[in-house]
Structure formats: structure tokens, C-alpha cells
Design a protein around this ligand. Structure first.
Ligand code: GDG
Length: 466
């Protein structure tokens, strides 16, 4: 078997540690590397006065990591700039929050070049290279320019936007063209894949045949590879001693009430404001039910250097304070709002203790929290998942209560339905959902992607880049 080189923006702590603020990617990739061997390459998260290309090599938790430090200007223009002020909001349909700035373009290109310069010397002829996410779209182009002919795959963890939105990005076609230096480009769901095909059909008249598409003089394979979770590990975590202790702690504090759980990075794409407003509507519509429930919202802050993230944080502070001020009683608060992360065992216990899992992103590539909530449930008494139609996960979990997160009424009604749902119906829906979560787990995701990539023919040359 070939060695696998995983490349992502950040190389983050493998399993067992809180990943609040880092997202689901780190856990999924750590598992893949343990199986295939090889190494994980990316930014260390540290800054340096002057970029040297020095590679920090380490072996932690069964994984070899190779990281580089970046200059402050790189971090500003590439990470806080093009990646998270331009591409992230645009790809989540938020052109109102999308910033276009020439210096961001330059920083994004420069960091991708720096990644390529540092990576090339450690690539061996048989290595398979798997690049992750929107931070590194042009990386294959930079590697090909440096003579790398290995198989290179790209997986996009976030949505691909519809053509009418993507064309608002200056130089959009040049960015899309760089994807044609990969051998395989994967998306989370058929919906995002279709949006990519729509773009190609409209802008470059490239039709798709048998999962391959030719444009800009190159042919690539494209496909949908829905990411899953490490389901077995998550189920075990929910039963672990640490989880039992957390469950006992929650049970003592619940006081016979039903808990609704939300767990999200504090990101405007996650629909937290809409969720709070929908919950407030539920409280207003159901005075008799109010004190029988509470919402626990765990939201570890991320990307706090960016204005739009400071704004959503302050909006949620205000909103949770207003709702609690208006509805709380001396012995009950409607929202427990927590801005910190928890360990995975604690998290599994928290999911399991909740009658309702609420996941309301306005747009989400997949959403792993929805799958984790399902995996953590007690088969004898499973809870109800309320899930946004606009998360990739909705295509895989149609038995959830699917809602439009822009509608406060739909959120409020779903909470009411979820609280009243008889055991038999909860079990029926959950049984269908857990089947999918078990079958389409993270092992299947990475195996499907890497196997597809490994089986593609090697590119004849890297013409045009010499
Ligand atoms: C991107 C895409 C796609 C959160 N708080 C804590 C904690 N988390 C963990 C969750 C989950 C992960 O973070 C979040 O993953 P999501 O999938 O929900 O969302 P993103 O971070 O936006 O991830 C997304 C994903 O990539 C994978 O492809 O699904 O669509 O946006 O695993 O559990 N974990 C712990 N404590 C916390 O407090 N331990």
C-alpha cells in the first residue's frame, strides 16, 4: 500500500482531546493516518518573524506530523483573509459577509507556494497525497509546477456554492482551474457536486461523463464522498466511566426536565441566532411546557480575530441574556449557554442525556454533530434529532425532524413535536438513522476516497507547468 500524505491547513491534536474550535476534521484525519501510515502536513498554528521553510517533525499518538510556521502577514492574508473572510462566507452563501481584497489573493497564493516548497522534498514517488479544504485549493497546481506527478486528491469539507454566487468572486475561473491539477476532487454530497457541475457547464461548457470532467485541457475525476464519524468509538464513549460520571452530573441538574442540546463552533453559518429565536418562539407559544425543558448550548468560540465572528458572539450574548431575563424563574433558566469545549467522552454523555438534539445550520457541508447525537443515543430510549434541511447531513438522515432554520415557527413546532414524540416513533426513526451512521462511517469515507484515488491512472505529464 502506498504511503498517505494528508495536507490540511492546521495539523491538530489527534483523538482524545477537546477539539472545540478546531472542527471535526482533526479526528477523522488522525484515524485515516493511523491506518495508512505516512504523515500529516500543515501549518503549526504558530507564527515566525521570517518564513524559513523549516519543517517541525514530530510523532504523537501514532501519527507523524510535519508542520511549518507562518509569518504574521501570511496568517492575516491567507488564514484570516482569503480563507476565512472570502471563501468561507462565500461558500456558505453569505456574500453579505464576503470580503474581497487583493492582498488576500496574494497571501493565499504565497502560502500555497510555501506549502508546496516545503512539502516537495519529503514526497516519495509512490506517495498518495490527500489535500483538504478551501484553504488549499491551488496546492496541486503549485506541486505540479514543481514536477510532482503523484496522485493528488482534494476533498472539500464545506458546501460548493451555486454558480450565481461563485461568479461574484473576482478571478473565480482561475481558482476553479487550479482544481484541474488534482486527479480526484471530492465533495460531501450530491448537492455540492451538482453545484460544481453547474458552474462548469455554465462558465466553461464542460460536460461531465461517467464521473469525469475535462476542462482547461485536463481531465479529473469528481464525486461525492459523505464524511462520517467514528461511530463505534463514539458509541463506546457514551458508555465509558467518564461519560457515566458526566451523565450522573447532568441527571442531578436536570431535575426531571427534558434537555435540548446544541453543540457548534461559534460560527455564523451554524444558525445559532435563528435557533435561539426559534426556541424563544417555542417558549412564547407554549407557556405550559416552558419549565419542563431547557436548552444547553455549547459553543466554543472560533476565529475570534474576525469581525463577523465578534458580531455573532455579541449577538448571542445579548439574545441569550434577553431570553433568560424574560423567561427565567427563581429555580429555572431556559438557556444554559456555555462558551467552552468539552472532551469527547463528556460530549457523548451530554448528547445521550438530551431528549432533543438541535442542529440548525443555515448551510453546512455535512455536520458531524447530527451524526454524533444519533450515535450516542440509548437504543431503548433514543432522543429526537431536529436537523436543518440545509446541512449536507439532511440528505443522509431524512428520518430526523427536518426544518427550515430561517423559520422560527418550524423550529418551535419541531421542538414541541420532539418533546411529545412517543417512544415507538422515536425508536423507529432512530433505528433508520443509526443504520446510516454505522454504515457510512469515517472509515468508509476515507477508504472510498483513498481507494478511488489510488486506482486512477497516473497523469501522463504535468504539461504546461514546466
Ligand atoms: C467542517 C464542515 C463538516 C464541537 N464542540 C466540541 C466538539 N466539537 C466537535 C463536534 C464535531 C466537530 O467539532 C464539529 O464538526 P461539524 O461537522 O459539526 O462542523 P465544522 O467544524 O464546521 O466542520 C462540516 C466537517 O468539516 C467535517 O467534514 O461536517 O460541514 O463545516 O465533531 O463534536 N468536540 C469536543 N468538545 C466540544 O466542546 N470534544
Amino acid at each position: 500500500m502506498s504511503r498517505l500524505i494528508v495536507v490540511s491547513n492546521r495539523v491538530t491534536a489527534p483523538s482524545g482531546q477537546p477539539v472545540g474550535g478546531q472542527g471535526g476534521l482533526s479526528v477523522a484525519l488522525a484515524e485515516a493516518l493511523r491506518e495508512y501510515g505516512g504523515l500529516w502536513f500543515g501549518w503549526s498554528g504558530q507564527s515566525t518573524a521570517e518564513f524559513t521553510g523549516h519543517l517541525n517533525l514530530a510523532r504523537t499518538d501514532g501519527i507523524t506530523t510535519a508542520t511549518i510556521d507562518l509569518e504574521e502577514q501570511d496568517i492575516h492574508e491567507y488564514y484570516h483573509g482569503y480563507a476565512n473572510r472570502t471563501l468561507w462566507p462565500l461558500f456558505h452563501y453569505r456574500i453579505d459577509l464576503t470580503e474581497y481584497d487583493r492582498t488576500f489573493d496574494a497571501g493565499y497564493a504565497r502560502v500555497n507556494q510555501r506549502f508546496a516548497d516545503t512539502l516537495v522534498p519529503i514526497i516519495e514517488p509512490d506517495d498518495v497525497i490527500w489535500v483538504h479544504d478551501y484553504h488549499l485549493i491551488p496546492l496541486a497546481m503549485e506541486l505540479r509546477k514543481r514536477g510532482i506527478t503523484n496522485r493528488i486528491g482534494f476533498f472539500l469539507h464545506i458546501p460548493w456554492p451555486p454558480p450565481r454566487l461563485l461568479t461574484t468572486l473576482p478571478h473565480h475561473q482561475a481558482l476553479v482551474a487550479t482544481l484541474f491539477d488534482y486527479d480526484l476532487v471530492g465533495f460531501q454530497t450530491g448537492e455540492w457536486l451538482e453545484a460544481f457541475q453547474d458552474y462548469l457547464a455554465r462558465e466553461v461548457a464542460a460536460p461531465v461523463e461517467d464521473g469525469s470532467v475535462t476542462a482547461f485541457g485536463k481531465t479529473i475525476r469528481i464525486g461525492a464522498f459523505p464524511i462520517g464519524i467514528d461511530t463505534a468509538a463514539f458509541q463506546t464513549a457514551a458508555e465509558s466511566p467518564a461519560a457515566l460520571a458526566t451523565r450522573a452530573r447532568i441527571a442531578a441538574s436536570i431535575d426531571g426536565r427534558q434537555m435540548i442540546i446544541g453543540v457548534d463552533r461559534l460560527d455564523y453559518s451554524k444558525g445559532l441566532e435563528e435557533r435561539f429565536l426559534g426556541y424563544e418562539r417555542f417558549l412564547a407559544d407554549n407557556p405550559d411546557l416552558c419549565q419542563q425543558v431547557f436548552l444547553l448550548q455549547i459553543a466554543p468560540p472560533t476565529r475570534g480575530d474576525i469581525g463577523s465572528y465578534q458580531e455573532i458572539r455579541s449577538k448571542l450574548d445579548t439574545l441569550s441574556g434577553r431570553i433568560n431575563g424574560a423567561y427565567a424563574e427563581i429555580d429555572w433558566v431556559p438557556i444554559r449557554y456555555v462558551n467552552r469545549g468539552y472532551g469527547r467522552h463528556e460530549l457523548a454523555a451530554i448528547y445521550r442525556s438530551a431528549r432533543i438534539g438541535i442542529v440548525t445550520p443555515l448551510r453546512d457541508g455535512m455536520n458531524l454533530v447530527a451524526k454524533e447525537y444519533v450515535a450516542a443515543q440509548d437504543p431503548a430510549d433514543p432522543g429526537v434529532l431536529i436537523l436543518s434541511k440545509f446541512a449536507g447531513a439532511a440528505l443522509q438522515l431524512p428520518e430526523a425532524l427536518l426544518i427550515n432554520p430561517y423559520s422560527q415557527e418550524e423550529i418551535a413546532d419541531a421542538i414541541k413535536v420532539g418533546l411529545a414524540m412517543p417512544l415507538e416513533e422515536r425508536q423507529r426513526r432512530w433505528t433508520r438513522m443509526i443504520e446510516g451512521v454505522v454504515t457510512d462511517d469515517v472509515v468508509k469515507w476515507r477508504t472510498d476516497f483513498v481507494t478511488t484515488l489510488e486506482q486512477l491512472p497516473l497523469r501522463a505529464d504535468t504539461a504546461g507547468h514546466a
